[in-house]
Design a protein. Structure first.
Lengths: 186, 382
């Protein structure tokens, strides 16, 4: 489902009023969009309302859905725009920027027992990820967890592709540094 | 530590990032490989980061499902598939649109003259009735609301009294906007629906189907009455319902929670017993043409078959491929034909949630084999 073709196919079905396809799209993207929005709003109810707005717009405009070239990117861009509009309305413009975003990436290893990962390493990794600068952490999360491409990330955040590339490699270098440290001490 | 900051190391992180993000081209992959060959100290980090990157992100399906339900409920008006088949009246349209209900109108010219005459009568009547505040009800006198689901799609609706109805694929539910919730709450159903009826003993809720009428005061239950199926049934989850069969109106059958009634959907005179009634364990009532049985969850899947569809599950329990074909036809919205007679009576059990039509068929043929061919809008099993 991460693949664009499948999402495009869902879009076509939704254009034909297929509520099952709509549900599938919602379920597939809800959590990731919710957490993306949460990074800006820091408020669960508001984040849920925004994601709900994103999807109801998809339903309302379903007849034109096939004009959207990249539905996945569209969902994220629309989530970002609605979020920023909300924050402006709430007179919190200062929060609507990438450097104040507080993203909470998932645990590096959801089930540390399964991989050959010590609990210590897992918490070191988490600490390293959490200590990344906001924008860097957001880019790391969007590419790793949300499966966005460099190009999509750049378009979503209005930055250049080379910035995305740099930020991701800075993120990996820092996280890698934490691993290296543990390795030396073992 | 020093060489961590050397140009080749910076290059390493950039290349590793590209590889993990699937952005690397073959040359870059080769370059990364070369750097790793020359820097064994980077292997461990590269392996660990790769493993971390490939971790499945954990998803909480039930959380997402719950969020979806809240989303649908919040915008419930937009998920009506409302097709008013019996009206073109502008006044009515105005009323409905002001409710913000999504709708697609079928314009019918043949009704225009009738509507016009009705309009004249209404204007006269309205003056008289104005003080009694019943104008709107009368204007909407012929407002039949019809909620229709096509094959392949299901919908949830909320009726004016707050009762919730989940309408399965290929079904329609009609009610009269103007009389509904006045003295009675009456709806007609062709197909399958799961009802959660708001309690109101003053205004009984009645569901008319081809073979039976079901009267309830406030309860949760499932009704299945597709005209092309052999059996019609009503399954009660909680509360109580009173069933009246169309061809024996004097007799009322009261269902208790976790019971279901099954009725032959075939035309009368064919006095044969319904073919497909299974699990005839407890049978409090036994009269030809219908049976009452206990609802029992399937032990393997822990699912009550009758209401599995409301949880978005396509579930069948020891059903013939012929019946399953009909179910799949509605579920997936593709015409299913069984070209080989001998397959029609083969029995299958299965539980599917997000599987595609092809995946369901592949899984079924694992237990007892058959061939199939999926076309654009049809499937042939042979």
């Amino acid at each position: 489902m991460k693949r664009l073709e499948d999402i495009t196919l869902l879009g076509q079905k939704i254009a034909n009023d297929d509520q099952l396809a709509y549900r599938q799209l919602f379920i597939h993207f809800y959590n990731n969009l919710f957490r993306f929005v949460m990074g800006f709003t820091k408020n669960k109810e508001l984040a849920e309302e925004i994601v709900s707005d994103v999807f109801i717009n998809v339903w309302r405009r379903r007849k034109n859905i096939e004009e959207i070239k990249n539905l996945k990117l569209y969902l994220y861009v629309s989530a970002k725009n609605i979020t920023f509009n909300y924050l402006k309305k709430l007179h919190r413009e200062n929060l609507a920027n990438l450097d104040s975003v507080e993203i909470e990436p998932e645990d590096p290893f959801a089930d540390p027992g399964a991989a050959m990962i010590t609990r210590e390493m897992n918490s070191k990794l988490r600490a390293a990820i959490n200590s990344l600068p906001p924008r860097c952490k957001l880019i790391f999360k969007l590419i790793k967890e949300d499966g966005l491409t460099y190009k999509e990330t750049a378009q979503l955040l209005n930055i250049s592709e080379s910035t995305v590339e740099n930020q991701l490699s800075i993120a990996l270098k820092k996280i890698g540094g934490a691993i290296r440290f543990i390795f030396r001490h073992n | 530590m020093n060489n961590q900051h050397s140009p080749s190391h910076n290059q390493f992180w950039s290349l590793l990032s590209k590889k993990l993000a699937k952005e690397a081209n073959p040359e870059e992959l080769q370059e990364l490989h070369f750097i790793l060959l020359n820097n064994p100290d980077l292997h461990h980090q590269a392996d660990m980061l790769t493993e971390m990157w490939q971790q499945e992100t954990k998803t909480n399906r039930s959380e997402d499902e719950a969020a979806y339900m809240r989303h649908i409920m919040k915008h419930k008006d937009e998920f009506f598939v409302e097709e008013n088949t019996e009206e073109t009246n502008d006044i009515e349209s105005g009323i409905e649109e002001s409710n913000g209900v999504f709708r697609s109108l079928f314009k019918r010219k043949s009704l225009t003259i009738f509507s016009f005459i009705l309009f004249i009568i209404l204007v006269g009547g309205a003056i008289y009735l104005f003080t009694q505040k019943r104008t709107v009800a009368l204007v909407a006198e012929q407002a039949i609301s019809s909620v229709v689901t096509k094959n392949g799609s299901r919908t949830k609706i909320v009726l004016p009294d707050g009762s919730q109805v989940w309408l399965n694929a290929g079904s329609n539910l009609d009610y009269n906007n103007s009389t509904f919730n006045k003295e009675l709450r009456e709806v007609s159903l062709n197909g399958e629906a799961y009802f959660d009826v708001t309690k109101n003993p003053e205004k009984p809720f009645i569901i008319h189907t081809k073979k039976m009428d079901i009267k309830v005061l406030g309860t949760v239950f499932n009704v299945r009455s597709y005209s092309d199926e052999k059996i019609a049934e009503a399954a009660l989850i909680k509360g109580s319902i009173e069933v009246t069969l169309k061809d024996r109106k004097d007799q009322k059958i009261i269902l208790k929670p976790n019971e279901k009634i099954s009725i032959s959907n075939e035309e009368p005179k064919a006095e044969k017993k319904p073919e497909k009634i299974t699990s005839a364990k407890a049978n409090p009532v036994r009269i030809p043409q219908f049976e009452v049985n206990d609802l029992k969850p399937n032990p393997t899947y822990n699912i009550i078959g009758e209401i599995a569809w409301t949880q978005n599950k396509l579930f069948f329990e020891d059903e013939t491929l012929e019946d399953i074909g009909l179910r799949m036809e509605r579920w997936f919205g593709k015409k299913v034909t069984i070209a080989n007679e001998s397959l029609k009576n083969v029995h299958y059990t299965g539980n599917y949630e997000n599987e595609t039509l092809e995946e369901v068929l592949l899984s079924l043929k694992l237990s007892k084999t058959f061939n199939f061919r999926i076309g654009n809008d049809n499937v042939v099993i042979y």
